[in-house]
Structures are given as C-alpha cells and as structure tokens.
Design a protein around this ligand. Structure first.
Ligand code: C2E
Ligand code: CA
Ligand code: CA
Ligand code: CA
Length: 274
C-alpha cells in the first residue's frame, strides 16, 4: 500500500511537471506570438431585429499558431491575463478592430472585448483614444464589452474610468449578462449603453422561467436606456423568441459565426435577409 502510495505520488508529480512544462511552453509561445503579431481578429455580425439589417460586428481574437494552427481565445486569454500579456495584445486588438471598422459602412459599429486586467493597468484610455485617432473611426462606432469581473475588482476606479471612456464618445456594453452572481447591482452603478444576455438563457427558451427572466431583462433595459442583445441565437425558434421578448438585437450562429475579414466583407456586401 505504501509503494502504491508512493507510485501515486510520483505519478502526480510527473503529471504536475508535465502540466507546468506545457504551461511554460504555452507562455513562452504566447510571449513570442505577441511580439511577432501572430493574431487574427474575426468578426461576428449582429442583426438589428427592428430594422432587419446588420448593425455591427464583434471582434473576436484568434491565435494563428505556427505549428498548431488557429487557437481560440478560451485557450490563451486566461494565460494572457495572468501574465499581463493581455495589455499589449489588447492594445493591438483595439487598433486592429478600429482600423478594420473604419472601412465598413458608417452605420456599422465594432464591439471589442476588454479584460479586467486592461482596466487595472494604466493606459487603457490612452490606447482607446489612440486607436480612434489613428484609424479615424468615429468614437460612437466603437463599443467596449466588459463583464462583471471588470466591475468586481476596484469598482470605484473602474466606474470612473468607464465614465472617462464614455466621455470620449465610445459606448459601453455589459457582456454575458445574467451569469454572474450580482448582475443587477452593477446596473445601478453605471449606465450601460447595451446589455448582452448570455447565451445560456437563449439556449433554454423552453424553460418557463427563462421567458420570465428574459422579459424582465428587456423591460429593465428599456427603463435604464440600454439596448438589449441576445447572444448565441442558433435556431429560428430562438430568433422568434428573442424577437417576441423585445430584444433589439441578436447575434449567433443562425446569422453568422465569427468571420475572417475576406468572408466578412462578402457577408456585408450581400445584406442578409432573414
Ligand atoms: P464572448 O465575448 O461572450 O464571445 C462570444 C463567444 O460565443 C465567441 O466565442 C463566439 O464565437 C461564440 N458564439 C457566437 N455565437 C454563438 C452561437 O450561436 N452558439 C455558440 N455556441 N457560440 C457562439 P470565442 O470567439 O471562442 O470567444 C470566447 C470568449 O473569449 C469571448 O466570449 C470573450 O470572453 C473572450 N474573447 C474573445 N476575443 C477576445 C478579445 O479580443 N479580448 C478579450 N479580452 N477577450 C476575448
Ligand atoms: Ca463579448
Ligand atoms: Ca458574451
Ligand atoms: Ca463569454
């Protein structure tokens, strides 16, 4: 039993060091990728449900790894946040998204995800202002998406920063709404321009409670002057549901998955009729 215990222990240590080695490898690769610029933005269109036109696109980052191919953000954003690499990467994302959006029709906005770590370090406002100035994009066409995790940190400082960003003319959206544990509280703290209902609600439209919750969020949004986007709409039934509930906008695979720039430009050229 003692031997078995020691074996388990060795196995555990070997497993841990393999895990650490692969994490260190990933961190090293990520560091190099940030300086070499091995990233790509894809854009997921959103549909205005009233006007039935594309209203904007969300920029979603991918790592174009030289050996492994495209890597999704779930695999490297957490590490980029832990290591602080999200700061230079986030600055690149802001510049790149604004530069791309400046080539779109004037009515289209671009949404950029901003991580909590970017708020903790100085320079976010400067990066936003610089991305707008360099690209020539009108500030009201840029929307920054933040999650509750941003507000959970040092919310006084963050809220002051959000007000200064808003003063530049950019819009602020609350992402993944309903997944945190105190979502409602944050709505009192800052007047968001948009609330994005997390896709976990949209995928459960058959549950009776879901309809009540989505209806309540839409009504709340109306009272607070925020527009509502339903995320992760995959089926016509879900589209009908979010439309019926009064959401102003939808995003999801039913309209389009995130697209690389050439495909996005084709998509925008042939105005989608749903
Ligand atoms: P998010 O901001 O909530 O982005 C939406 C995610 O849902 C995207 O995954 C998108 O591809 C996926 N999605 C869109 N429509 C559907 C649908 O109909 N069904 C399903 N099942 N999924 C759908 P992605 O691109 O893998 O991004 C994952 C997360 O990584 C994002 O969640 C965001 O939190 C983070 N992320 C992505 N790009 C960036 C970035 O540029 N900066 C930062 N800080 N975070 C980013
Ligand atoms: Ca988002
Ligand atoms: Ca989201
Ligand atoms: Ca998310």
């Amino acid at each position: 039993a003692k031997a078995a215990g020691r074996n388990t222990h060795c196995f555990y240590e070997a497993g841990m060091s393999a895990l650490l080695a692969s994490r260190n490898r990933l961190e090293l690769d990520l560091r190099q990728a940030v300086s070499a610029g091995e990233f790509q933005l894809q854009y997921q269109p959103a549909l205005d449900l009233g006007r039935r036109t594309v209203s904007g696109c969300e920029a979603l980052v991918r790592w174009v790894h030289p050996r492994r191919g495209l890597i999704g953000p779930g695999e490297f954003i957490p590490l980029a946040e832990e290591t602080g690499l999200i700061v230079p990467l986030g600055a690149w994302i802001l510049h790149e998204a604004c530069r791309e959006a400046a080539a779109w029709p004037d009515a289209l906005r671009v949404a950029v995800n901003v991580s909590a770590v970017q708020f903790e370090r100085p320079g976010l406002e400067h990066n936003v202002a610089a991305a707008l100035a360099v690209s020539g994009l009108a500030p009201n066409r840029l929307e920054l998406e933040i999650t509750e995790s941003v507000l959970m940190r040092d919310s006084e400082a963050v809220i002051a920063c959000l007000h200064r960003l808003r003063a530049l003319g950019v819009r602020i959206a609350l992402d993944d709404f309903g997944t945190g544990y105190s979502s409602l509280g944050y709505l009192r703290r800052f007047p968001f321009d948009r609330i994005k209902i997390d896709r976990s609600f949209i995928s459960e439209i058959d549950a009776r409670e879901t309809a009540a919750i989505v209806r309540a969020i839409v009504s709340l949004g109306g009272d607070l002057g925020a527009r509502i986007t339903a995320e992760g709409v995959e089926t016509p039934d879900q589209l009908n549901f979010v439309h019926r509930m009064g959401c102003q906008e939808m995003q999801g695979y039913l309209l389009s998955c995130p697209l690389p720039v050439p495909e996005l430009r084709c998509f925008l050229a042939r105005t989608p009729a749903l």
